[in-house]
Write a protein that binds this ligand. Structure first.
Ligand SMILES: Nc1ncnc2c1ncn2[C@@H]1O[C@H](COP(=O)(O)OP(=O)(O)OP(=O)(O)O)[C@@H](O)[C@H]1O
Ligand SMILES: [Mg+2]
Length: 509
């Protein structure tokens, strides 16, 4: 039975077409994946359905009846629930208040808000997701991005028996797992399957193809704002999906290494310790890619953050090309020739209201100032154009505001900035998360070029094939310590997974 039918949506922003002939049909009781490259129009289509963006043309029907969705309240009333790609949380309110935002709070004698009752209800909603580690009374701002995402998911899944409203019929999730660990993702999938079994429709957006193939029943592919295909997942090959998305043949794989690793050490880390990390030591040579692996939160991100001074002090020594350095905060890392790509890029690294060029040059302003006085705007724009080309940025030009870009293209801006300062060492935390398959390949190719020029790369990733194929060696972390260091020669994905889970070191080390 067709639950939702979207036909021929058009939407342009200031003359630039985001959607043109976008259609989507979702049945009750199915998980329907919405796929497409960065900038294909997925989030825009979702925002139209949510009453956030007004379309220029097109129709929406629910249960065969045309509807006009002029506001988010209207969408809620129609039984639609959304988890948007940008997390919109109210940081100074509590977890419980964020969960019940815009809903009716429980009250005592119909007057005073029953805070205990509210917190109890929030705890129950979170428990439904298998989440017990988040306190309902905590301020949202104090949570990690992953935990904030879990709260938003809980908010979308809460009991939908709203005053006068329809129960939830359709859940729309725009990259819900981008900030979640593997375990949290699995819990989310269990909830999604329960909702599907109960007859709800689910629209699911993700750039993780394996996840989509596991979870979805059907998929619809958008390319440049138009629907190009809808298919059953059963019998479909991953490669076919990729080719539908990019509209051409695609050779799956990884770019080959271009030059051998040198003997010179680019980055040395000795006895690094923080509140969590214990005595971490390693060296990275010029031209080398050193992978950091482990279960979520085992120390991979912490090492990178400690080196650039992101979370306060650490013990131990860091040296660049043999010279000791001490970096107190990430901004000063750039001047020392270290580029840092944080995992939570959009929150931590971007000024959404500034232009692409402004964001790219942010930590490199010294290089762009002429006669020590004026910022060379032409040079700034030129640099942004060149880097944008290298990372295949989809944008109108260097002066476009970052908040107008699609999620994946915002991430590319941060990557462009990382390479803009011509760093000697790149510290990259999940550099390909949220970017589409084509852009992922381009980033990998760029890493090969950079290492061929003698740059050193530290690559923290939860994507095991990425580590196995791109890295020369991999350090496996466990509980804040180095468990083992292995060469990737002869190592496969299963072997690396076993090491992350604590199997004894493979003989290839
Ligand atoms: N408010 C806006 N102003 C101008 N352009 C916009 C705006 N919102 C979206 N766009 C443009 O519309 C196009 C589609 O963007 P959209 O966010 O829908 O892509 P997406 O498929 O969700 O991509 P991603 O996988 O990167 O999240 C992009 O070219 C984007 O720059
Ligand atoms: Mg998007």
């Amino acid at each position: 039975m067709t639950l939702l039918s979207i036909r021929d949506l058009d939407k342009s922003f200031a003359g630039a077409r985001a959607l043109g002939g976008a259609s989507l049909e979702v049945r009750a009781g199915e998980v329907h994946a919405l796929m497409g490259e960065n900038g294909a129009g997925k989030s825009t289509l979702i925002k139209v359905l949510a009453g956030v963006v007004k379309p220029d043309a097109g129709t929406i029907e629910i249960d065969g009846a045309p509807v006009a969705i002029a506001s988010p309240a209207e969408a809620l009333r129609l039984g639609l629930r959304f988890i948007h790609q940008e997390l919109s949380v109210v940081p100074h309110l509590s977890v419980a208040e964020n969960i019940f935002l815009g809903r009716d709070y429980p009250r005592r004698w119909g007057v005073w808000i029953d805070w205990d009752g509210l917190n109890r209800r929030a705890a129950a909603v979170l428990a439904g997701l298998g989440v017990s580690h988040i306190q309902p009374a905590r301020k949202m701002a104090r949570l990690s991005v992953g935990d904030q995402m879990l709260v938003k998911i809980a908010a979308a899944f809460q009991d939908a028996s709203l005053e006068g409203g329809a129960p939830a019929r359709l859940y729309v999730m725009d990259e819900p797992t981008a900030a979640l660990s593997a375990e949290e993702s699995q819990r989310l999938f269990a909830v999604i399957r329960r909702l599907r079994a109960a007859g709800a429709g689910i629209v699911y957006v993700s750039h993780r193809l394996d996840e989509v193939m596991e979870l979805a029943d059907r998929l619809t592919v958008l390319r440049d704002g138009s629907t190009v295909a809808t298919r059953d997942i059963a019998g479909l090959q991953k490669l076919e999906v990729i080719e539908l998305m990019i509209g051409r043949r695609f050779a799956e794989g990884y770019p080959p290494r271009l030059a051998p690793v040198s003997d010179e050490v680019a980055l040395g880390v000795e006895h690094l310790s923080t509140a969590y990390l214990q005595d971490v030591s390693f060296e990275v040579r010029k031209g080398e890619i050193l992978g950091l692996a482990g279960l979520e939160g085992a120390g991979q991100s912490e090492v990178i953050r400690a080196i650039v001074g992101a979370d306060g002090g650490h013990d131990g020594a860091v040296s660049l090309a043999g010279r000791p350095v001490r970096i107190e905060e990430p901004v000063s890392a750039w001047q020392k020739g270290l580029a840092f790509l944080p995992r939570e890029r959009r929150q931590e690294a971007l000024v959404p209201s500034a232009s692409i060029a402004g964001n790219v040059s942010l930590p490199h302003l010294d290089d762009l100032v002429r006669f020590g006085l004026v910022l060379d705007r032409a040079a700034e724009a030129e640099q942004a154009v060149e880097l944008g080309r290298q990372v295949k940025l989809k944008a109108k030009g260097p002066r476009q505001k970052v908040r107008e870009l699609s999620g994946g293209n915002q991430q590319k801006v941060v990557f462009a900035r990382a390479i803009a300062g011509k760093p000697e060492v790149l510290l990259l935390d999940e550099p390909t998360r949220g970017v589409d398959v084509g852009a992922r390949y381009d980033i990998h190719a760029l890493l090969r070029e950079l290492t061929a020029e003698g740059k050193a790369v530290v690559l923290a990733s939860s994507d095991l094939p990425e580590l196995v194929y791109m890295a020369d060696r991999v350090i496996v972390f466990r509980d804040g310590k180095v468990a083992t260091t292995v060469s990737t020669e002869g190592l496969d994905q299963a072997g690396l997974a076993a090491l992350c889970f604590g199997a004894p070191a493979a003989p290839s080390a």
